[in-house]
Design a protein around this ligand. Structure first.
Ligand code: 9WN
Length: 693
């Protein structure tokens, strides 16, 4: 299914979750407005609906407390009774700061709103309108940050504490276990309560009852202190400094500096906050030995040495020093989280996979979350760790496409968990896909696009060459193709830079020029013909990439497959023409083995000119047994490359695709599944257009 269909689906989810004033995280479980969710949602809207983006933040800040705190939930009066805890339990009216016209919770969440507000401005094409809104919002953002620096900054070093796991947004993260374990459930009074979440979502995917008891114990404590920050600080057993919360705050301070500049305000205050918080994160939360940032237990005055995705978050907002960034990247890109190109994992799971209590499906204890990966993607991009950034970006787009717009995803199988049709998954998907749709390539690697409205015959502008015998041209073409692949391709990756400078490529350009006057009749058997056209196709792609100075993706050149051509025997051929040739021959294997200069292609190899059958089959096998084809019997699902849809004349039904795949699959269990299962669920994978370099 083309990507814009998923984009429409994501927009429909936001529409469904929009109640006229704000967008709920999900109508299935969270029927109110959530603090940081709304910021992510606004970022998604900012790509196509400025009004909604603005309204999202506006409605949230309307419920800001008098002391500056932005509540973690703003309740919808029309939807009470379906979530726990609700206003009757929070009783925030006990605080003199709570708003009288809104029902809210009494805690906050990671302050990503400054960052989101700047994104709205950057993405919107209604700059004046957004500027007006920023003038309204800016003092409220300053008020929120001032609340943190005045009320939650006990050592005055810019490290802000949180006083409830819900404030971290990563509720049952293993990071909080050592602190929560100190609340002895047999010794404290906990009010009676009834959870609602575990009746809607499989309890295996949600926090345990013991966790909830502690969450509720803390809320009750806040209530007893009438939400007085000082009193809470002195009696609350959970006072922790979260690297993610503080990194997000730093990122928002940085955004506030830019917003101040846009609306003509002084940016000194946010700058000072930015510098203080960033410095303290670098100096106090980092472990040089473990190469990750840790949370800090303020009561026991020590780092909480539990490795979670929050420990990488100082990349977001540019808080980590360069050497820290390089070190944490190494950890992030290890088997503990997920290595690039490693099978059986997706992007950054929320907890170190090698830990005994790691879970692929339990909430914040191991699954993959889209908002976390989206922030890490922004961070990696900022530090120019492009490859890893793209890996995350691809996953953020792929997971919802393959498995649905879920709240979180199994870190091994990708299965969606929690509630479906989840707003921030949809919103952040929209954000990234907008970059793809408008440029065709990743925002991490976006470059200038070459426009080609008319045909460009690429082998016309080579050196003028002496006319040769057709047999000689054919021999030279094969020789040079073989040499180039042999010398400049390793494990299927092409070293375009070296190839461009090589003597072999110079000679190849000459031969390509000679093809204009070539006589195709020297290729006198069907097998020779197959080899010739596949090799030619693959070499045309290589030549086009080099000549058009493609940097990241063939998508940088408009109509790469239609308008760039080679003249052969007096006739012009595009890559598409060659594909059509194989379609007309019903040669599925040849089509699958073509190398389109992309990551989703099989590795580039030379097809033996007289009898290519074996080489073609190896290419097909490589393709079918790579991550381009995923057969998951546990899920009764088959996920295949978009390529099978491109050639729907040959792959006319899912049965045909299944038959094709199963004849090349190595894994017997999967083979058997395909042979037995008559109607597995078919999903199409996002095609990876990055260069195979
Ligand atoms: C409690 C809404 C929120 C997110 C949090 C996520 C979850 C609530 C819950 O849902 O928390 O605030 O009931 O579990 O942990 O990050 O903001 O999507």
């Amino acid at each position: 299914m083309p990507i814009h269909i998923y984009l429409d689906k994501a927009k429909q989810i936001l529409d469904k979750n929009f109640n006229g004033r704000f967008t709920v995280p999900s109508v299935h479980l969270y029927l109110h407005q959530w603090n940081w969710d709304s910021a992510f949602i606004a970022i998604g809207y900012s790509r196509y609906n400025t009004d909604r983006a603005v309204l999202e933040l506006k409605s949230l800040f309307d419920a800001q407390w008098e002391n500056g705190m932005l509540p973690h939930i703003v309740f919808d009066r029309n939807n009470l009774g379906r979530y726990f805890p609700e206003p009757d339990f929070w009783q925030t009216e006990r605080s003199k700061y709570a708003p009288s016209d809104f029902l809210t919770s009494g805690i906050t969440q990671p302050p990503i709103h400054g960052y989101a507000a700047l994104k709205i401005y950057e993405n919107s094409n209604q700059k004046e309108k957004v500027k007006e809104f920023l003038k309204w919002l800016y003092p409220r953002l300053i008020k929120l940050h001032r609340y943190f620096y005045l009320e939650r900054n006990p050592d005055d070093n810019g490290l802000i504490y949180i006083r409830h796991p819900w404030e971290s947004g990563m509720d049952n993260s293993p990071m909080w276990d050592p602190v929560l374990d100190r609340i002895d459930l047999s010794k404290v009074d906990i009010p009676q309560f009834k959870r609602k979440d575990d009746k809607i979502i499989d309890p295996e995917q949600r926090p345990k009852d013991e966790d909830y008891k502690r969450y509720i114990y803390l809320v009750d404590l806040f209530k007893k202190h009438n939400y007085d920050e000082r009193k809470i600080f002195h009696s609350c057993p959970f006072i922790v400094i979260d690297p993610m919360f503080n990194s997000i705050l730093a990122a928002s301070n940085e955004a506030l500096m830019k917003i101040a500049d846009i609306i003509g305000e002084d940016w000194k205050q946010p700058e000072e906050w930015y510098l203080t918080t960033s410095r303290s994160i670098r100096d106090l939360l980092y472990s040089k030995e473990k190469k990750i940032f840790y949370a800090y237990d303020y009561i026991q005055k020590k780092q909480i040495q539990v490795e979670t995705s929050a420990g990488f978050m100082p990349l977001f907002g540019g808080v980590a020093s360069h050497s820290q960034a390089v070190e944490i990247l190494e950890y992030m890109n290890s088997a503990s989280f997920c290595k690039i190109h490693e099978n059986n994992c997706f992007a950054i799971p929320n907890y170190d996979r090698t830990k005994k209590d790691f879970s692929t499906k339990n909430y914040w204890r191991g699954p993959v979350w889209i908002n976390i990966n989206w922030m890490l993607f922004q961070g990696l991009k900022r530090y120019k760790f492009k490859q890893k950034a793209e890996h995350l970006e691809k996953t953020i787009i792929e997971l919802p496409v393959r498995f649905g717009f879920y709240e979180y995803f199994d870190s091994k199988y990708g299965t969606g968990y929690g509630t479906k049709d989840f707003s921030w998954t949809a919103a952040l998907f929209i954000d990234l896909v907008y970059d793809y749709l408008y440029t065709g390539i990743s925002s991490a690697k976006r470059e200038i696009i070459v426009k080609t409205d008319t045909d460009i015959v690429v082998n016309r502008n080579g050196n003028s060459v002496a006319v040769s015998e057709p047999k000689e041209i054919y021999r030279e073409f094969n020789l040079l193709t073989g040499q180039m692949i042999d010398r400049y391709v390793s494990n299927g990756s092409v070293n375009y830079r070296k190839l461009r400078m090589s003597p072999e490529y110079k000679l190849f350009q000459n031969v390509a020029g000679k093809l204009k006057d070539f006589d195709l009749s020297v290729i006198d058997t069907a097998e020779k013909e197959r080899a010739f056209w596949i090799n030619l196709y693959n070499m045309m792609v290589v030549d086009f990439i080099i000549r058009m100075k493609v940097k990241r993706s063939v998508r940088e050149v408009d109509n790469f497959f239609e308008k760039l051509k080679y003249e052969i025997s007096g006739k012009k051929y595009s890559l598409k023409d060659i594909e059509e040739f194989f379609v007309s021959r019903k040669d599925r294997e040849a089509l699958v083995s073509l190398v389109r200069g992309t990551q989703s292609s099989p590795p580039l190899r030379f097809m033996s000119p007289d009898s290519p059958q074996e080489d073609i089959l190896s290419a097909v096998k490589d393709f079918v047994n790579s991550s381009e084809v995923m057969v998951v019997p546990e899920e009764k699902a088959v996920m295949v490359s978009e390529l099978f849809r491109w050639y729907d004349k040959l792959f006319d039904s899912t049965e045909t695709v299944s038959r094709f795949i199963s004849s090349y699959l190595v894994d017997e269990r999967k083979k058997l599944f395909l042979e037995k299962e008559t109607s597995p669920q078919y999903l199409y994978l996002f095609y990876d257009w990055y260069l195979n370099s």
